[in-house]
Design a protein around this ligand. Structure first.
Ligand SMILES: [Zn+2]
Length: 68
């Protein structure tokens, strides 16, 4: 179960090349982790063709997995 609202505004904060594609990190502008008040991050992994191959969400402060 996700504790994130439906309308989250994400801002791209970081792009890394992990070797097989790009990893893009987004930060939620209008949401914080209810548990500790930390920033909520969304990480998208892209394959070499640019398609999203994985996504997960976590708290930047306490590291809790917030993936829906
Ligand atoms: Zn947290």
């Amino acid at each position: 179960m996700s504790n994130l609202p439906d309308e989250v505004i994400w801002t791209l904060t970081n792009t890394d090349d992990w070797g097989g594609g790009l990893e893009r990190t987004y930060r939620a502008e209008n949401v914080e982790h209810a548990g500790c008040g930390g920033d909520v991050l969304l990480v998208h992994l892209h394959d070499e063709m640019g398609a999203i191959s994985g996504a997960h969400s976590r708290c930047a402060k306490c590291g809790e997995d917030l993936t829906a």
